[in-house]
Design a protein around this ligand. Structure first.
Ligand SMILES: Nc1ncnc2c1ncn2[C@@H]1O[C@H](COP(=O)(O)OP(=O)(O)OP(=O)(O)O)[C@@H](O)[C@H]1O
Ligand SMILES: [Mg+2]
Length: 424
């Protein structure tokens, strides 16, 4: 049975992805016994999840165009992908072809990009940035982008910089920032985007940082906390998960001492009047509505994983927090890479009626690799996977031949053909 409901597919897909990490879409089809368009439907409903590339509207647009213009091609692709009988040689070859198409990034009009490196390059190319050709040639991701979103501003004027010294000078010029932070006493050298973001936020701006997973966004919030606490100002750090809040609470306690740090989640409330409070976004939203007086003296609220704004079920907590936070509370938003960060910043600028500085780092420090999973659960590259499948087919065929040779029932071949027909 092919899973038909988007919700089923979504659940199974998430389980599979959580278990195995990012895998090829055809592999996903086979694993959860579904079809590419159901999977894309499911992807749509969880888009903005960290490791996905396109926005919902982008996918919607693409799917609409695709369905309208490529019906025949779609049917063909679906028919092929629907066949889960990998032991059939013809199907296998078709799948191989389809898979090549998919991993080349072409799926009708839909582009499935294996990682953000390519996405960044394609995006840069699509927008005709002057660096696009250079990027393509070198096949490196687009560099950091910094720009200022004003309320009601439609098109941002991005500053794109690669060279560190020039970039900092120009950025200082653009935003009037202090570069003192460059000589920072961190155990490691701060990355450029961290320096820019820290500068921007210490200068009192509303800042939105968009950077891939594991690039070190938290550090920006830590430096902000350091400055605010020094000046006896309060900061609230919100995260989408209790587990993340607990961990952040422990980290901050170690950094700033237990007296100055508190934790409020649905389960616990520790030191609720501390200068630095860690809470879930829902709790912060509730405070904005119910107890705004408790937010007196708060200089900044940090929204970690602010891309949750797009979450169907929980996004309103972020949305309402941004709209209803008391006017004196400034915002530092930390986000996984999302393609329409400018749109998000524009919205925040309009709601908060002030400029928002966007720092966008596109280079993925922790690279994504495409791996295939064998039936034994071993992660292998595509070449090894193809060999494993071919070996498997040969072994299967051999086994069948041996069994035919042993069979003395004359109708066996007929029955076998009939059963195989069922899978087509
Ligand atoms: N400039 C840097 N150089 C080397 N390591 C760094 C740097 N900045 C931060 N780190 C380290 O990188 C690790 C990941 O950082 P962090 O958790 O802040 O990532 P993140 O961007 O918030 O990722 P996620 O999207 O998963 O939340 C941390 O252990 C941090 O100490
Ligand atoms: Mg983080």
């Amino acid at each position: 049975m092919v899973a038909k409901k988007t919700n089923d597919v979504k659940e199974k897909m998430l389980d599979t992805l959580l278990l195995y990490g990012p895998i090829d879409i055809i592999q996903l089809c086979a694993r959860i016994n579904s079809t590419p368009d159901l999977i894309i439907g499911a992807l749509q409903s969880i888009l903005f999840h960290k490791d996905l590339i396109m926005t919902r509207s982008e996918v919607n647009n693409r799917i609409t165009t695709w369905v309208a213009h490529k019906r025949t091609q779609r049917k063909k692709l679906l028919k092929i992908a629907d066949l889960a009988d990998w032991t059939d040689k013809k199907t296998f070859l078709n799948l191989k072809k389809l898979r090549k198409q998919l991993t080349d990034g072409n799926f009708g009009d839909i582009e499935i990009l294996p990682d953000r490196k390519q996405a960044a390059v394609k995006k840069a190319a699509g927008k005709n940035f002057s660096t696009a050709n250079k990027l393509k040639a070198k096949s490196v991701p687009a560099p950091m982008i910094v720009y200022k979103m004003l309320p009601e501003q439609v098109v941002p004027q991005p500053y794109i910089g690669n060279d560190l010294t020039v970039a900092e000078e120009q950025i200082d010029e653009i935003f009037g920032l202090d570069t003192a932070i460059s000589n920072h006493d961190s155990p490691f050298k701060l990355d450029k985007f961290q320096r820019v973001a820290i500068n921007a936020v210490l200068a009192g701006n509303l800042v939105l940082v968009s950077a891939p997973t594991g690039t070190g966004k938290t550090l920006i919030a830590e430096k902000l906390a350091e400055q605010l606490l020094e000046n006896n100002l309060r900061m609230i750090y919100t995260s989408p998960l209790k587990a993340l809040s607990n961990q952040k609470y422990r980290d901050f306690k170690e950094m700033f001492g237990p007296d100055r740090v508190g934790l409020v989640t649905g389960d616990v409330s520790i030191n609720g009047s501390a200068l630095l409070l860690v809470m879930t976004t829902e709790i912060f939203r509730n405070k904005c509505f119910g107890e705004p007086e408790e937010l007196a003296g708060v200089g900044y609220v940090v929204f970690d994983e602010i891309h949750y704004l797009d979450d169907l079920a929980r996004g309103t907590a972020w949305e309402e927090s941004i709209i209803f936070a008391p006017q004196q509370v400034k915002i530092l938003g930390l986000s996984a890479t999302v393609p329409n960060i400018a749109e998000l910043a524009g919205w925040i600028a309009s709601v908060r009626k002030t400029q928002v500085i966007v720092v966008e780092e596109k280079i993925r420090i922790v690279p994504l690799e495409m791996r295939w999973l064998t039936a034994e659960g071993k992660a292998v590259d595509m070449e090894e996977a193809e060999k494993a499948i071919e070996d498997y087919i040969v072994a299967k065929e051999n086994l069948k031949e041996q069994r035919f040779a042993q069979e003395d029932r004359p109708d066996y071949q007929k029955k076998y053909d009939w059963r195989r027909g069922l899978h087509r």
